[in-house]
Design a protein around this ligand. Structure first.
Ligand code: CDP
Length: 233
């Protein structure tokens, strides 16, 4: 999987991959703001699909039922306030994406090749229309292997557990880590050419600064994208 889209041309893509509660969402969102790019949370697509299947009482191991349901469901990505939002059959599941049931089930749904293909296609459609910062698990390794801007964000398991607990979520991140790393299709890996940052003992701002410095070394921003000293909000 992945090769079906990897040769398509896209806009500028900054890929931020890493495990749950590593800080990648905060970093990716902040980076997008600094650079004036669109922030895309690819996990939101997997969560929206999971929410939809749960709503229809379709278990995550019923591949045929899932296939049929996904053929019927219209998954739409819209950009509002420079952030992606996902609609399923016109419904906006934003308030349910981090429900306990979605947390428990999402990694089992996201191991399905058909689901990954649908999300990959949507991410490419989005990158065709916007310059984007996309966070996820396989963005630099599989979905946009040709982007030169790849980051892998991680933190110690203890720190990640504390962060998730502080967010007030019930989320078995060790179980999701295991499922995400061990699945056959697009597992969580560090892309060979990714710049790796451990966020255990640094602030979000420090991580964003490190990324901005690295991007400048790599020749970005250029053209229409400018780093400024004040935030454009
Ligand atoms: O926010 P958090 O890191 O907890 O998770 P997320 O980014 O919302 O992703 C939820 C789940 O979706 C992950 O545990 C993966 O199973 C799946 N996912 C994926 O397989 N590939 C991606 N690019 C993004 C998410």
């Amino acid at each position: 999987m992945g090769s079906h889209v990897s040769d398509r041309r896209s806009g500028r893509v900054i890929a931020i991959d890493g495990p749950a509660a590593s800080g990648k969402s905060s970093v990716a969102r902040e980076l997008a703001r600094w650079l004036g790019l669109t922030y895309v949370n690819s996990g939101g697509f997997y969560r929206a699909i999971t929410w939809y299947l749960l709503r229809r009482d379709i278990p995550p191991d019923e591949n045929e039922l899932i296939s049929a349901a996904l053929e019927e469901a219209a998954l739409t990505c819209i950009v509002r306030d420079s952030e992606s939002r996902i609609l399923v059959d016109g419904m906006d599941p934003a308030n349910h994406l981090r429900d306990d049931r979605v947390n428990e089930t999402v990694s089992r749904v996201s191991r399905l090749a058909q689901v990954r293909q649908i999300v990959s296609q949507k991410l490419h459609d989005c990158a065709d229309a916007h310059n984007v910062v996309i966070e996820g698990r396989d963005i630099g390794s599989v979905v946009f292997p040709d982007t030169p801007y790849k980051f892998y964000i991680h933190a110690s398991p203890e720190v990640r557990l504390k962060r998730r607990a502080a967010q007030g979520e019930r989320d078995e991140i060790a179980m999701r880590d295991h499922d995400d790393v061990s699945r056959a299709v697009s597992p969580l890996v560090i892309a060979l050419d990714a710049y790796v940052i451990d966020t255990s003992n640094v602030t979000i701002e420090q991580v964003v600064n490190e990324i901005l410095t690295h991007l400048q070394v790599k020749g970005l921003p250029g053209g229409d994208v400018h780093i400024t000293n004040s935030r454009a909000r």
